[in-house]
Ligand binder design. Structure first.
Ligand code: IMP
Length: 192
């Protein structure tokens, strides 16, 4: 069984990633808490690569990292790679996006999730990016999920991410799509 480090210190993220990788029968562990990787990349993919490589080199193990965020068209792509740092908490970040958008009619937005897998020597073995397109509502709706979920309306389901069950969200979300693309590639890599 392959041991793989998830390049995050957040047990919630490990829990979220686990079901996507369940059939691969890998042991997933969290990165050591004192190992900090600065997210200095200008794109989600650059940050995912950076985190996966540095954690792989530091631990001498395979490492997987994701980087994600919300890209709002009328805000020239903000909050983008700064999604997690756009305010002091989720409510504050949501208020900031709504205030910056004001009554702008262009509500187009997308969630993006980049994933990178690094070999123990830090070399990137696989990478992928999932995108989910939607619209920013005028007001939050729904009580589930996290982050910007209550203001992100996904038109094919007719719901915000915060109104979906976790499995509904996993089927259409940026992270779900990225993992759906990655899993077959991971399987062939394991059989290499
Ligand atoms: P990171 O990927 O941990 O660097 O953080 C990404 C940030 O983007 C999170 O803190 C959230 O604010 C936001 N984000 C990423 N994915 C989602 C999602 O599925 N729903 C809501 N917010 C998200």
């Amino acid at each position: 069984m392959l041991a793989i480090v998830v390049a995050t210190g957040n047990p919630g993220k490990l829990k979220e990633i686990q079901p996507y990788l369940a059939d691969l029968n890998w042991t997933l562990t969290l990165k050591p808490p004192d190992l900090e990787v600065e997210e200095t990349g200008e794109t989600f993919l650059e940050n995912a690569r950076l985190k996966a490589s540095q954690v792989a080199i530091a631990t001498g193990q395979w490492a997987i990292a994701d980087d994600s965020g919300l890209v709002v068209e009328a805000l020239n792509g903000a909050p983008g790679v700064y999604s997690a740092r756009y305010g002091k908490d989720d409510a504050d970040r949501i208020s900031r996006v709504l205030a910056e958008l004001g009554s702008t009619p262009n509500r187009q937005a997308q969630f993006v999730c980049a994933i990178a897998l690094a070999r123990p020597n830090g070399e990137i073995a696989l990478e992928t990016e999932g995108v989910c397109r939607g619209e920013i509502l005028q007001q939050p709706r729904g009580a589930g999920g996290f982050g910007y979920d209550p203001i992100f309306y996904e038109p094919t389901q007719g719901k915000t991410f915060a109104e979906m069950t976790p499995s509904q969200k996993a089927r259409c979300s940026h992270r779900g799509i990225a993992f759906q693309m990655l899993t077959p590639k991971l399987r062939s890599l394991v059989l290499e």
